[in-house]
Design a binder for this molecule. Structure first.
Ligand code: AMP
Length: 178
């Protein structure tokens, strides 16, 4: 049987909306059905890495935790290294940290100081762009280690939250936009 490559609409069809999770008023985008479907998972990596070939990128940076899944698979696809940006306190070596505001309070994320060589060409990947605070903080960590961000890619963008505004210094790509 001939299988065509999945489209963003196919991926959107598998994303499950969960009302009021993890708290009232949030509609959680559950990507586990995409991951569980081999064709959709592979197709999402094809789409997230579109426009890039092995040799064009030194490292794929994934954001804790669902970003790791897509970034690690994209790294194998592009024959690049994988670099984690983790929640504060999880990385064992010396780190740079960056805090960012949440609706209530603040969060901090971190990267190893030697995560990439200065001048490395990187793609930054996360599952979802909401307010953009997380990705903007990750981008400033990448500036601190001297990386060149070629693109920031998301599976999902919640456009009504305006997260792209915080990322306007970089090319941003998202597959499924709400
Ligand atoms: P933000 O910093 O507001 O752009 O939030 C992005 C981060 O929070 C991503 O790492 C997402 O995994 C997570 N996130 C935010 N909103 C949602 C949502 N509605 N559904 C699933 N994950 C979300």
């Amino acid at each position: 049987m001939i299988q065509t490559s999945p489209t963003p609409a196919d991926i959107e069809g598998a994303i499950r909306n969960i009302a009021d999770f993890p708290k009232p008023g949030i509609q959680f985008k559950d990507i586990t059905p995409v991951l569980a479907d081999a064709r959709l998972f592979a197709g999402s990596i094809d789409l997230l890495t579109a426009g890039f070939k092995p040799g064009m990128v030194d490292a794929i940076v994934g954001i804790d935790a669902r970003g790791f899944i897509f970034a690690a698979a994209a790294a194998l696809r592009l024959e690049a290294g994988f670099v984690p940006v983790r929640k504060k306190g999880k990385l064992p070596f010396q780190t740079h940290e960056q805090s960012y505001d949440l609706e209530y309070g603040a969060n901090s994320i971190a990267i190893h100081t030697d995560a990439v060589k200065p001048g490395s060409r990187v793609l930054l990947i996360d599952d979802l762009l909401a307010t953009g605070g997380t990705a903007a903080a990750a981008a400033s960590l990448l500036q601190k280690v001297g990386a060149e961000i070629l693109q920031i890619s998301f599976l999902i963008e919640l456009k009504f939250l305006g997260g792209r505004e915080k990322l306007k210094d970089y090319p941003v790509s998202s597959l499924v936009v709400y």
